[in-house]
Design a protein around this ligand. Structure first.
Ligand code: ATP
Ligand code: MG
Length: 260
């Protein structure tokens, strides 16, 4: 790759376009996300933010353009391959495994990293038992961080909404990502929960050495923790800069307040 920034960026997207029939949901979008960044992706409803996450995680293949994660072209790869490379996400509409406990939800995600051989699991060899114990311990550590260890054995979807959102983040972390994509993690949370989550996201970034892409409508959260913000409108980037720059940007103000 000739572009020097491709070597340093964790995520580098070049002129990515996604069309659904006649609708262009994402239009020639480029992104350059440095390691350790807390990078906000904002824009009005229907701007294309979730579609961008779906492209980055292999749910969709770009119609045009490229996506490089740590220098590897991942456009069009299968979601599990991209997860294995170190990209994890949460969903705008929570997608926990409803028939599993809180703990099982996190343990299942961790299995993508385990070296288990099917035969070990079926026969129940010592190696398998040892790995299960490690997976369980690791999952409990993650639950502790989110203050969910006390409800480890409860049904995941029986938790209050805010806790389900936090459990989704714990589950994403169980896959040991280096890039974490959060799609509206504060949606449905009360103001205090949102503030606590904002602090937690900053702490997680440092503690787990993560790069974080954050899609969020709560501007207090976005402006409070992101160092760099990219604004999307009708699938196109209309602004990129610091929170200060974004709040003063006329095109951004127009996209949010004007157009009616
Ligand atoms: N699978 C699909 N088929 C057809 N159109 C789609 C598909 N997925 C998304 N779209 C369309 O692409 C556009 C962008 O949708 P997307 O969900 O990415 O927006 P968003 O920015 O996440 O919005 P919100 O803030 O409401 O979550 C919308 O017009 C949407 O209807
Ligand atoms: Mg969305």
């Amino acid at each position: 790759m000739s572009d020097a920034s491709a070597a340093t960026a964790v995520l580098k997207v070049d002129a990515m376009t996604k069309r659904f029939g006649g609708l262009t949901a994402v239009r020639e979008l480029s992104m350059d996300v440095p390691p350790g960044a807390l990078y906000g992706l904002i824009g009005p409803n229907g701007a294309g933010k979730t579609t961008i996450f779906n492209l980055l995680t292999g749910v969709y293949t770009p119609t045009e353009g490229s996506i490089h994660f740590k220098g590897t072209d991942v456009a069009g790869r299968k979601p599990y391959e991209i997860t294995k490379l170190g990209v994890a996400r949460t969903f705008q509409n929570i997608r926990l495994f409803g028939d599993m406990t809180v703990l099982e939800n996190v343990m299942t995600a961790h299995h993508i990293r385990s070296r288990q051989v099917l035969l070990d699991a079926v026969v129940g060899t010592p190696r398998h038992r040892h790995e299960e114990r490690e997976t369980r311990d690791r999952a409990m550590e993650l639950l502790k961080i989110f203050d969910l260890d006390g409800v480890a054995n409860e049904g995941a979807t029986s938790l209050p909404y805010g806790n389900q959102r936090r459990l989704e983040i714990a589950r994403a972390l169980a896959t040991e990502p280096s890039l974490l994509l959060l799609d509206e993690p504060a949606a449905g949370m009360n103001p205090q929960e949102s503030i606590d989550l904002m602090k937690l996201i900053g702490w997680l970034r440092d503690e787990f050495k993560l790069t974080i892409l954050l899609v969020e409508h709560n501007m207090k959260v976005v402006m409070g923790i992101c160092e760099r913000i990219q604004v999307i409108d009708y699938g196109k980037c209309i602004a990129l800069g610091t929170p200060d720059e974004i709040q003063k940007n006329p095109a951004v103000i127009e996209a949010y307040l004007g157009g009616a």
